[in-house]
Design a protein around this ligand. Structure first.
Ligand code: 6PG
Length: 232
């Protein structure tokens, strides 16, 4: 990786939707982010007439709740990106088995990755969000999943913020081998986290500052409000 491509744009969701469409149309393997910010990007991606049927979508992190629970990242992804598409243009989606405990669910998801992509899985695109505490995926400050050096998916028995449910998360060893990593961040409440993660002096304690794809690109797509502290 050479440097971070920071893009401050009027409509970050549209920018990310177009990056997602490109990879999905090419039949890529994509890790989708959860939370609320990506919803509009997913809706925009699904609004065109592109065919995503050759692509595979993974969840970069998931909350261990039933798939129809309002806190489920898969539920958000289905509602915004999958269900709006006609069946023949839908991507293949890889759900986390949320009936298991965090460690077992993580191990099962890692097996799915290895079966699909081999023992050195490399995703084409990893989409990420950023929390106000600078967490990304379910890699929360001070939690053991941050230290993972071997596993590609880790169990997170205790989340660092709401919703306080156990999670599974992709780890740095997987995220940092991706071909493309893209953060989508908007809103003034994220400005401090953006500075800590992507500013000139990254804060070691900010999980997102450790996203450094060694042989891939890192793009950070922001609105003006989220970028405010970068410009001071
Ligand atoms: C999750 C996430 C998480 C999210 C950030 C931002 O499942 O919670 O994937 O990392 O991207 O917390 O969330 P918002 O977009 O809701 O602010």
């Amino acid at each position: 990786m050479s440097e971070i491509d920071v893009r401050i744009v009027d409509d970050p969701a549209a920018e990310v939707a177009s990056l997602l469409v490109d990879v999905a149309c090419a039949g890529g393997h994509v890790a989708l982010s959860g939370g609320s910010t990506p919803k509009r990007a997913y809706q925009l991606a699904a609004a065109g007439d592109e065919d995503f049927s050759a692509s595979t979508m993974w969840l970069g992190d998931e909350r261990l709740v039933p798939h129809d629970d309002s806190r489920s990242n898969l539920a958000m992804v289905r509602a915004s990106l999958i269900d709006p598409l006609p069946e023949e243009r839908r991507p293949h989606v890889m759900p986390v088995d949320t009936s298991l405990g965090p460690d077992a669910a993580a191990a099962a998801y890692e097996s799915m990755l290895r079966e699909t992509l081999g023992n050195h899985p490399r995703l084409d695109l990893v989409l990420l969000g950023l929390g106000p505490d600078a967490h990304t995926a379910s890699l929360f400050p001070g939690k053991p999943a941050l230290q993972e050096t071997q596993r590609f998916v880790a169990g997170v028995p205790e989340a660092g913020m709401e919703p306080q449910v156990p999670r599974v998360t992709f780890t740095f060893p997987l995220i940092n081998t991706a071909r493309e990593v893209v953060f989508l961040v908007s809103g003034a409440d994220k400005a401090d986290a953006v500075r800590r993660a992507f500013g000139p002096e990254p804060d070691e304690a900010a999980p997102a500052a450790h996203v450094l794809p060694g042989a891939g690109t890192l793009t950070v797509v922001l609105d003006e409000a989220a970028a405010a502290e970068l410009r001071r």
